[in-house]
Ligand binder design. Structure first.
Ligand SMILES: [Zn+2]
Ligand SMILES: [Zn+2]
Ligand SMILES: [Zn+2]
Ligand SMILES: [Zn+2]
Ligand SMILES: [Zn+2]
Ligand SMILES: [Zn+2]
Length: 460
């Protein structure tokens, strides 16, 4: 059953929709619940007396508000004076000072709760945990995979073991649940999240640690596997002689008809589809050449075919080795768009710092890859999978290389002392939400005025 969540729009919701957060943490946050609130709080740094000094009115656009100065004094909003009884618009991140001067009065940051708008739109899905069970082990899916065309779901470990046994005995792999011939299997990240949520609600449904270790040791599905059906294969074999050269038209990969490097695909061979060119390659555990990007677990064919000396041809798509290579072999001339949370102001500042130092981006990135390699950098905040085992020699795809460079450029930037930044950027204060700030993406002025290459100190 699917039910849309509460949508309160601009009606009073009983929830905090905004707040005034004092810069000085000795004072407490002012939470704003009603759509028109007279704010009563401390205004002077010399006393803890509270005064009714302004009124905040919610705007219907959910991303701004109006502030009316109710005090007899002038107040400052985003560095502009607001006279008594005057009203101005404030946005998420606006600075409000409770008097005419930065000294002696409290400085507040106006925040619109970021989660509210999203939570209003969130759907609640009620699901029977029984529908999230693997029909092989009868437990909630662990690392769920989906097979096609029948679209049944199993634990990765359970299905991998089934796949291995079927390949030993049969010419085709049948779905353990409905006996349909399986042509494809892939990990299902959407259902994985659902299974995780179910386990969060009812932890009694969890597999034991021993079960999980066993399942993980069986699991062989990393990226999508293409499984040839025996029927298709027999038809092909009847057409082309076993040792003959096939025209390759029906065969998924360059090694299907022809032996190379001491290997030729047979009817049991499971194929991986390359994420860059869409071509196929046999899934080979001990081939000694990486077939998956460690940063994203997707399959890439460039290194595999390159090692075998197989180039692209008319019959099969094959990647050039540039699409998938060791981190140390990439070169870079431009800051990736993903750097500094896609904040272009910060990218420009980093770029000009590098220029002022008389260095090149390539040179800086190489230096920081060396630091990464020698474990001088805390890796816990990378968005790469398997970050702990990645070295400069690890093969990664170009997306993951960009992610790594963005991560390293953050560390490079925070290593630069503030006085070495361009003068107008070194004067900026840190945004309290740091790199996690959402306002930097839609508020040009805010992105320019505050430093966002820093850790969040408030909010989540
Ligand atoms: Zn299972
Ligand atoms: Zn099935
Ligand atoms: Zn093949
Ligand atoms: Zn990758
Ligand atoms: Zn490819
Ligand atoms: Zn910010």
């Amino acid at each position: 059953m699917v039910e849309s969540g509460e949508c309160s729009g601009a009606k009073p919701s009983g929830e905090v929709w905004a707040g005034l957060v004092p810069l000085d943490s000795r004072y407490s946050d002012v939470e704003i619940i009603s759509n028109e609130s007279v704010i009563s709080s401390e205004i002077s740094t010399s006393s803890f007396d509270k005064h009714n000094w302004c009124k905040i009115i919610r705007n219907s656009d959910s991303c701004s508000a109006s502030i009316k100065n109710k005090s007899p004094n002038t107040i400052l909003v985003d560095e502009a004076a607001v006279l008594s009884q005057e009203t101005v618009v404030i946005k998420d991140g606006s600075e409000v000072i409770s008097g005419p001067d930065r000294e002696g009065f409290l400085r507040y940051r106006f925040n619109i709760m970021p989660s509210l708008e999203i939570s209003q739109k969130k759907l609640k899905i009620y699901m029977d945990a029984g529908h999230a069970k693997c029909s092989i082990c009868l437990n909630i899916w662990h690392d769920v995979v989906t097979v096609a065309p029948c679209l049944h779901n199993f634990c990765n470990g359970c299905f991998s073991e089934w796949l291995r046994r079927s390949q030993e005995k049969h010419s085709s792999v049948l779905c353990p649940q409905c006996r349909a011939v399986v042509q494809f299997v892939g990990r299902n990240h959407f259902l994985h999240n659902i299974a995780e949520e179910i386990l969060e609600v009812d932890s009694s449904l969890r597999h034991s640690n021993e079960d999980i270790a066993l399942l993980d040791s069986y699991a062989s599905v990393r990226s999508n596997l293409i499984i040839q059906s025996g029927k298709m294969h027999r038809r092909k074999r009847a057409r082309s002689p076993v040792d003959g050269h096939s025209d390759g038209l029906d065969l998924p990969c360059p090694q299907c008809g022809t032996e190379s490097g001491g290997f030729r695909c047979n009817h049991n061979t499971v194929h991986l589809q390359c994420q860059a060119c869409g071509g196929m390659m046999p899934s080979r555990m001990g081939a000694g050449v990486p077939q998956h990007c460690l940063g994203c677990d997707r399959a890439f064919c460039g290194a595999y075919w390159h090692a075998l000396g197989i180039m692209t041809s008319n019959s099969y798509p094959v990647c050039s080795p540039e699409t998938f290579r060791p981190i140390s072999e990439y070169s870079i001339s431009r800051i990736p768009v993903s750097a500094h949370e896609e904040n272009q102001h910060e990218q420009n500042i980093t770029e000009s710092c590098i220029r002022q130092m008389g260095r090149t981006l390539q040179d800086v990135v190489a230096e920081w890859i060396a630091k990464f390699n020698s474990r001088e950098i805390d890796r816990t905040s990378t968005t790469l999978n398997h970050a702990e085992i990645i070295t400069a020699n690890t093969h990664v795809c170009s997306d993951c290389y960009d992610k790594l460079v963005s991560f390293l450029l953050y560390w490079f930037r925070i290593s630069i002392p503030k006085y070495c930044l361009p003068p107008d950027s070194s004067r900026r204060e840190d945004c309290w939400y740091g790199y996690a700030c959402r306002t930097q993406h839609h508020n040009e002025e805010h992105a320019r005025k505050r430093n966002h290459v820093c850790r969040p100190t408030r909010g989540s």
